[in-house]
Design a protein around this ligand. Structure first.
Ligand SMILES: Cc1ncc(COP(=O)(O)O)c(C=O)c1O
Length: 464
């Protein structure tokens, strides 16, 4: 370990097993110790200021240090700091939040909300309820769930199995056997065949989905899960018409559509939910992150009456619905969630995001002229750049991810926190960002990109 003895970073490295990073990075360089945040800015323990270009982890839509949310949490802690929802107990904050979500989500005949603490546990709940539902309907074989290559749905055993990213599977003995399968990633830039139009590409993907369902046996396939826009996979926006074609296949074989709105929900893509932007008609949705603007850990799934009915009927015979978390519907989280939704409505945050999106997207796409950038993609207030060593062949870099990481680190030097996604950079700022701050964010990214170009040129990695 090269960290100064007794420094915060050294003590942190000595005490914490860090998520989603190589232990070697923490041992050699230490974590970036963050100290405080206000609005779209955060400060590290040395006082250096950064613009939060990824809204934390795609979640802090209202930025940092919101006094109203802090006050609501404080008041709820004083009045009823905890109440579980097991064995027939409940409370007003959870009830009010559930009512509100049922009105908001684009689920036909939205019937019930089930609360959890994270996107991962919510997706596990989706899987379990769909299994329970099919058991209730007397279809014990209809249990397989289809995820997609590059999809991200969390890291618990079921959610991690739905995820389609190798680091979440390799060495973790995932996906779990038999019940989790994956279909194609709808990223035209990377996965289209030479000369294939977007229309032909999406037709091929829908055909592949149908072949997969037929191979597995339609009576064994229960559901399909998709992020409207894949976030952690690299901000991958599918071509127009993709979801309509996929959903037609799913409907043909009575396969449920789970929309994972954990990132896309609550205004991120220019509409209240990503399903609306991408023209999905979900059977059920998963919500988390911006549900509380990350002021409290809270997730929810919303199921339709057609699922609740059989589940409730079976429950009457079987007794207890044997599923629930100690913190399902935690009153402080629910109160903060309710206030977050009230602020979204009062301050017209979704409309604001839609109004800022053209500027965000046009500044993002202006980087297409940059020698390193092969693709600039996004929708609403989320986007990414993908770096290539050769624009004509779309060749990337070896080892994969090394140049994305370099650029990510240069962003930090210039006071911007984005996310590195492979050899690319993703941006997803708080939705309270101003036009001037959007300019500041892209100006900082531009400096980091030029540093990265110098680095790549020095190493002779760019095609002549
Ligand atoms: C689309 C999506 N679903 C699920 C999750 C998992 O959420 P959590 O990290 O809260 O478990 C994430 C996390 O980034 C996500 O992006």
């Amino acid at each position: 370990m090269n960290l100064p003895a007794g420094s915060l970073a050294a003590r942190d490295a000595a005490a914490i097993l860090h998520p989603m990073v190589s232990p070697a990075v923490i041992e050699e360089r230490g974590a970036l110790m963050m100290a405080r945040g206000k609005g779209v800015y955060v400060w590290d323990s040395n006082g250096k200021q950064y613009l939060e270009g990824l809204a934390g982890l795609w979640c802090t839509s209202l930025g940092y240090g919101n006094e109203e949310l802090a006050q609501v949490a404080h008041d709820q802690m004083v009045s009823l700091s905890f109440q579980h929802m097991f064995n027939g107990k409940s409370h007003e904050p959870a009830m009010l939040l559930a009512e509100k979500l049922l009105q908001m989500v684009p689920v036909e005949n939205a019937s019930k909300v089930f609360f959890g603490c994270s996107g991962s546990d919510a997706n596990d709940t989706q899987v379990k309820l769909i299994w329970y539902y099919n058991n209730a309907l007397g279809r014990p074989n209809k249990k397989k769930i289809i995820g997609r290559v590059k999809g991200y749905h969390g890291i618990t055993l079921a959610a991690g199995s739905l995820t389609g990213l190798p680091p979440m599977h390799n060495q973790w003995d995932l996906p779990l056997d038999g019940r989790f399968i994956h279909t194609d990633c709808p990223h035209h830039y990377r996965f289209a065949e030479p000369g294939e139009t977007e229309d032909a590409f999406t037709t091929r993907l829908a055909h592949n989905l149908e072949q997969l369902i037929l191979r597995e046996g339609p009576d064994t396939v229960a559901a399909f899960i998709a992020e409207p826009v894949m976030a952690a996979g690299g901000v991958l926006v599918p071509p127009a018409g993709y979801f309509e074609k996929m959903q037609a296949v799913l409907n043909k074989y009575d396969v449920l559509f789970i929309a994972d709105e954990v990132v896309c929900g609550f205004g991120r893509t220019g509409q209240p939910f990503g399903s609306q932007t991408l023209n999905i008609k979900p059977d059920t949705v998963t919500l988390a992150k911006a549900l509380t603007s990350a002021y409290q850990p809270l997730s929810a799934i919303v199921i339709p009456e057609k699922m609740y009915g059989p589940i409730a009927e079976a429950g009457k015979k079987l007794g207890t619905i044997g599923h629930g978390y100690t913190y399902s519907g935690h009153p402080v989280c629910a109160a903060v969630g309710l206030k977050t939704l009230e602020i979204y409505e009062r301050d017209q945050i979704f409309q604001r995001a839609a109004a800022l999106a053209p500027k965000f997207q046009s500044r993002l796409r202006s980087f297409l002229d940059h020698p390193l950038v092969g693709e600039a993609r996004g929708v609403g207030m989320i986007g990414a750049l993908e770096f290539v060593s050769n624009k004509a062949t779309k060749a990337g870099f070896t080892p994969y991810g090394s140049i994305g990481t370099y650029c990510f680190e240069r962003c930090h030097v210039h006071g911007l926190i984005p996310r590195n996604v492979g050899d690319g950079i993703a941006l997803c700022p708080p939705l309270i960002i101003t036009e001037a701050q959007i300019d500041e964010m892209f100006d900082k990214l531009s400096l980091a990109l030029d540093d990265t170009l110098n680095h790549v040129t020095r190493l002779g990695l760019l095609a002549a």
